[in-house]
Design a protein around this ligand. Structure first.
Ligand code: NDP
Length: 430
């Protein structure tokens, strides 16, 4: 049983070294890993083996979100993101969910879809019959190139057909190979499998295969997270808990019915999701593609979350989206900080990782719509903006907070004012 608590009050007030020490104890990090955290982890030589034409490295901030409790277990979330406020906001939202007992999550089996496009089929109906008749043989063939995934209980499990009659190319048949990728994202295994069975499909259909590639609309591999926030935990200086619940539900429905709002609503969700995806070395373009395609599945782009008031008057939220993530393979295997992130999370399977990431998306969404439905987001953003202006104006590290606070109190958050304050402080200290 995990007795550790991710509820770490005032974590944000500690120094980088103090925070690192907390995480070191949490995840039993080695000295080598601590050094990797400080210098970005990847060497130019490693980077040169990851992609082509490498000339250097590009660092991003690596942070920890606190307060997450998922299925009665506490987690610290590694997040890699360049945008201010995201980590503070998600930690605060996770604390609110914690007051309602934390997140309950679940996920589908890790089933991916590989697509094979068949054209120039002499007889469409016969081709469909032939594929159905030879299904078991096709699956067997696909699994001969499955490697360790098949040995681990995964591999090709089914075939589905998507006929597109009378396209501008004539009759087009799309074969979906359903493939259990176990703990991998699985792009390589599934692409190998669809390429391998393509000639066999040409033979039995008499057609010509064009594309053979996985689909990023991984709607058979979804993760789900749900949680409740007691209404009284949402009350603030100007609104009762009941009023905040109502405003958040109204904000949720706005995103469900209006694609213009849904795009921004889902962008906020992806702030949380992408940061954990990047920290764990997963492919965020794949996750983004899947999320937005899923949000548009009904023909109109909509919200990935749903918010409602339960019978006790409390706020409930739920998220559902495709999350094809791996804990082996790709950059997860190569990047030392991706390995370190997985160690901080302590995940044992790709499904557990997907469920944590779904919870992160729901928490980030709560943070954004709560701010929007109450004070507006500028109040918090301007605080970070004031700090950035102080830095841009040349403030010394020890003066940044003071200059930012002065500008906030004056209601004058501008670069010119920051420069004046820098000069003023320099004068006082000289
Ligand atoms: P890898 O091929 O690097 O890793 C997966 C492999 O790891 C498996 O095939 C298996 O290989 C091995 N493995 C070891 N342990 C396990 C386990 N417990 N469960 C499952 N497999 C295990 O990466 P992926 O196939 O996951 O592909 C991810 C990469 O593909 C990402 O970098 C992504 O950017 C990229 N990609 C994405 C595309 C897209 O999204 N459209 C398209 C093409 C690539 P073995 O049998 O050899 O042991």
């Amino acid at each position: 049983m995990n007795e550790k608590t991710s509820r770490i009050p005032k974590f944000y007030k500690r120094t980088i070294q103090e925070r690192t020490q907390v995480v070191q104890e949490w995840a039993k990090l080695s000295h080598k890993q601590i050094n990797q955290l400080a210098n970005g982890g990847l060497t130019p030589e490693q980077a040169d083996k990851m992609i082509e034409n490498t000339i250097g490295l590009f660092n991003m901030p690596f942070a920890i979100a606190t307060n997450f409790r998922i299925n009665s277990k506490d987690y610290l979330l590694p997040m890699v993101i360049e945008e201010p406020s995201v980590v503070a906001a998600i930690s605060n939202a996770a604390r609110l969910f914690r007051e309602g007992g934390g997140f309950q999550t679940s996920s589908d089996e890790p089933i991916m879809i590989g697509q094979i496009q068949i054209l120039d089929i002499p007889n469409f109906n016969t081709a469909i019959e032939q594929i159905n008749k030879n299904k078991q043989q096709l699956l067997k063939e696909a699994n001969t190139v499955g490697g360790s995934i098949v040995k681990r209980g995964g591999g090709a499990i089914d075939i589905e057909l998507r006929p597109f009659p009378n396209t501008q190319l004539g009759n087009m048949l799309i074969v979906h190979l359903l493939y259990d990728t176990r703990d991998a994202m699985g792009a390589n295994a599934i692409n190998t499998a669809v390429e391998y069975i393509a000639p066999y499909l040409e033979k039995i259909t008499g057609g010509r295969v064009n594309l053979r590639i996985l689909s990023n609309l991984t709607d058979k591999r979804k993760a789900y997270a749900e949680g409740v926030i007691p209404a009284q935990a949402l009350a603030n200086r100007s609104m009762s808990g009941e009023e905040v619940v109502r405003s958040i539900v109204e904000a949720g429905i706005f995103a469900e019915v209006d694609p213009y709002r849904a795009a921004t609503h889902n962008k906020g969700i992806m702030n949380g999701i992408d940061a954990v995806i990047i920290a764990t070395g997963n492919d965020w373009r794949a996750i983004e593609a899947g999320a937005h395609a899923y949000a548009a599945r009904g023909g109109s782009y909509t919200s990935l979350t749903h918010w409602w008031q339960d019978e006790d008057g409390n706020l409930r939220g739920r998220i559902e989206l495709p999350l094809a993530v791996g804990i082996v393979g790709g950059a997860t295997r190569v990047h030392p900080l991706a390995q370190l992130s997985l160690q901080i999370l302590g995940v044992k399977s790709a499904r557990e990782l997907a469920e944590i990431i779904a919870a992160a998306g729901l928490a980030q969404n709560l943070a954004a719509i709560r701010a929007l439905a109450t004070d507006g987001i500028q109040q918090g953003h301007m605080r970070m903006h004031a700090r950035q202006l102080a830095v841009a104006a040349g403030a010394k590290d020890e003066n940044v907070l003071q200059i930012a606070e002065t500008m906030i109190q004056e209601g004058n958050i501008r670069l010119e004012r920051a420069k004046q304050l820098v000069i003023q402080l320099q004068g006082e200290n000289s």
